[in-house]
Design a protein around this ligand. Structure first.
Ligand code: MEV
Length: 452
């Protein structure tokens, strides 16, 4: 590693090899090893690699994540095998288990009450609000007409602008926003919405200045879609007669149902628990969102805002035990697309969608919400019965055994040995050493003992 000024000019203009070389020499103690390692993750097919490189600036390698499948998801009477991209070891196993559990109890019932998205033109204006309002109302149609070309394709697909309103804020008297609601069909619609907003704003300024000159000091502050989409929401539910739950661990079906209901209730009233509870839900949702090339940051940001919509952060899922029935459901905003963005460009996102039968965006919303609910069911189920560590420890054991290059026989013996013991990196190492007398000791690695 060289010790000198580590800043760089024109980095983005260097080719990929030069970037890699520079970063390795400046920021790594073993540049050759680093270059070799990163290059080993290069895709063998140069045209695929080109596509991957085109997604971001300054790419130096591919970052691999596990691409898994959770089978047996019955959603609205249709069976799905669900692609999931996630690094947390117990997530896919938990989703699959919950899917199997509900498979024989009617599966998931999901619906999409609405798919409306919002774009905003934020502006300041010195005009009296009532004058601004009547001018805005009188010219509304004309602004929309100026976006005709941009809207044409979307309108042909059944989407477009569904409503426009002028919004003011008491806290900021000279600030207004034009809030436009859109239907974007099977695309997430970010580019479409942002393009329409910018065009709309231009026409708004033009007509405004024609009428009021520059006197009113109208200034467009920004045009951007909102990632808060409380009207692009999906609901998924599982339910069954309580006795159909069966005895679970040491709990009877009824005890389980009430304990589960209480655990969800805690997440409804306590933000500390709600955050962890919802994190579990997004373990599932994010994994589907990533696998299908959608934007998980937008999905999470929106979900957490939605969870706070009553002024307090709460659980996104709910449970009711009544009239002999156990009912567990989720309501969550999910602005997902199945066309546009990376969804068809990323070769694996495309495959994910194919595995799902090329769903519409509504169908994908129902799938992702059901996986979130399944994940949540699995997490709460183990929390209120065996505790979460049992499952986590098993996956952790597998990971450590893989890292320490255990043989198939050693795997089997270790699974048996660690059935009732705490798994740690050092304990697994010691166990493997005990199985390999006379052989060089299994080396310590820098790996942490904690499973997450
Ligand atoms: C871990 O990734 C997720 C859980 O903490 C969720 C929960 O507590 O409900 C197990």
């Amino acid at each position: 590693m060289k010790s000198k000024d580590k800043t760089v000019k024109g980095f983005s203009k260097k080719n990929k090899d030069k970037k890699l070389q520079w970063i390795a020499e400046e920021y790594h103690s073993d540049p050759e090893m680093m270059i070799q390692t990163l290059q080993s993750f290069e895709h063998y097919n140069t045209s695929v690699q080109k596509i991957l490189d085109s997604f971001s600036e300054n790419t130096i390698a591919n970052f691999m994540m596990p691409f898994s499948v959770a089978p047996n998801f019955i959603i609205n009477d249709r069976c799905y095998a669900i692609p999931m991209v996630i690094e947390e070891s117990s997530v896919v196993a938990a989703a699959s288990k919950a899917a199997k559990f509900w498979m024989s109890r009617g599966g998931f019932k999901a619906e999409v009450p609405g798919t409306e998205k919002i774009g905003q033109i934020h502006f300041s204006c010195a005009l009296d609000e009532s004058i601004l309002n009547s001018f805005f109302e009188s010219s509304k149609e004309e602004y929309a007409r100026s976006c005709k070309d941009l809207l044409k394709n979307m309108e042909n697909r059944g989407g477009g602008i569904s409503s426009v309103e002028l919004v003011s804020f008491e806290q900021e008297p000279d600030y207004y926003q034009i809030r436009i609601a859109f239907e974007t069909c099977d695309s997430m619609g970010a580019n479409f919405i942002n393009s329409v907003l910018e065009k709309y704003a231009k026409e708004f300024i033009k007509l405004h200045e024609q009428k009021f000159g520059t006197e009113s000091r109208l200034q467009i502050i920004m045009c951007i879609l909102s990632n808060y989409t409380p009207d692009c929401v999906v609901r998924s539910e599982v339910s069954c007669p309580i006795e159909d739950l069966g005895d679970i661990d040491s709990l009877t079906a009824l005890q389980f149902a009430y304990k589960f209901e209480k655990a969800v209730r805690i997440a409804e009233i306590d933000p500390y628990r709600a955050t962890t509870h919802n994190k579990g839900i997004y373990n599932g949702i994010d994994a589907v969102v990533l696998a299908t090339g959608n934007d998980f940051r937008a999905i999470e940001a929106c979900g957490h805002a939605f969870a706070s919509r009553e002024g307090r952060y709460q659980s996104l899922s709910h449970c009711k035990v009544e009239n002999g029935y156990f009912k567990f459901w989720i309501e969550v905003p999910l602005a997902l697309g199945t066309i546009g963005g990376l969804t068809q460009l990323h070769p694996l996102a495309k495959i994910s969608l194919e595995i799902l039968g090329n769903p519409s965006s509504r169908e994908l919303m129902m799938i992702a919400a059901s996986v979130g609910l399944a994940q949540n069911f699995a997490a709460v189920k183990s929390l209120i019965t065996t505790g979460i560590q049992k499952g986590h420890m098993k996956m952790h054991l597998f990971n450590v055994l893989h890292q320490l290059k255990a043989t198939e026989r050693e795997f089997k013996l270790a699974i048996d040995y660690f059935k009732d013991r705490i798994v740690s990196h050092s304990a697994v190492r010691e166990f493997l050493n005990s199985l390999r007398p006379g052989q060089p000791e299994v080396e310590k690695s820098s790996h942490k003992d904690h499973p997450q």
